[in-house]
Design a protein around this ligand. Structure first.
Ligand SMILES: O=P(O)(O)OC[C@H]1O[C@H](OP(=O)(O)OP(=O)(O)O)[C@H](O)[C@@H]1O
Ligand SMILES: O=c1cc[nH]c(=O)[nH]1
Ligand SMILES: [Mg+2]
Length: 213
């Protein structure tokens, strides 16, 4: 597993505003969208392209276009949905599949309650979107699942990751022979006894879509 914690002043600035408990849902959604677009630029560095020949108004030129089959973007519901527009803004032709996963608040075990991912992902580059990599149970399960379906290149885009979760994802996916990168805006200090990232930003799903303030 490759880890890319993107060090950029705009990302740090927007992430600080996102963490602030006084940031309301509309602003939280906008900041998430902006952050994802910045992270997506790094996350798509190894997007596959084919060389093409084209004509500019001045003459012939060499160029590139995204290879087929096109990449697939998989937001993990619910919170990952807040990252979808920011990602597809950079990859407008990508296919989108959906995984609904929820972490039990007591056991911290992740279960899948919805699956609208194509059956056959053979040869596909996959971008998994989930703002929080906490214990890592959700992401490890999602990555294993996509590899079982044939994905041969996976990049997870997260807003925050905990060191404990990164270790778990590495332990549970490292032996699988598929290139896998985690791109995140920051690696935080640790998890607390409820499995929340510290200092984190709280419950991403609730802050995006839940409790009004
Ligand atoms: O790394 P883990 O310990 O598995 O935790 C991370 C998961 O927890 C959150 O989802 P949640 O279960 O709260 O669902 P939601 O997005 O519907 O709020 C978050 O969006 C991740 O999917
Ligand atoms: O800190 C955390 C951990 C899991 N899920 C969240 O939304 N936040
Ligand atoms: Mg949640």
């Amino acid at each position: 597993m490759r880890l890319l914690a993107v060090d950029h002043p705009l990302i740090a600035h927007k992430l600080s505003a996102l963490r602030d408990k006084h940031t309301n849902s509309p602003t939280f959604r906008r900041l998430t969208d902006e952050l994802v677009t910045l992270l997506a630029y790094e996350a798509t560095r190894d997007a596959r392209v084919d060389e093409i020949e084209l004509e500019t108004p001045v003459g012939p030129a060499h160029g590139v276009k995204l290879s087929s089959p096109k990449p697939i973007v998989v937001p993990i519901l619910r919170a990952g949905l807040g990252m979808l527009d920011g990602m597809t803004r950079l990859l407008p032709t990508a296919e989108v599949g959906f995984l609904g996963m929820i972490r039990d608040e007591q056991t911290l075990q992740a279960t899948t309650y919805a699956d609208r991912v194509p059956d056959d992902l053979t040869g596909r580059q996959c971008y998994v979107l989930d703002p929080m990599l906490a214990t890592g149970g959700t992401l490890a399960a999602a990555v294993r699942y996509l590899i079982e379906r044939g994905a041969d290149h996976i990049t997870a885009v997260c807003l925050l990751a905990a060191p404990e979760g990164l270790r778990r994802v590495e332990n549970e996916t490292g032996h699988l022979d598929v290139p896998f990168t985690v791109v995140t805006a920051a690696v935080d200090e640790r998890l607390n006894d409820k499995g929340y990232i510290v200092p984190g930003l709280g419950d991403a799903g609730d802050r995006l879509y839940g409790l009004a303030d």
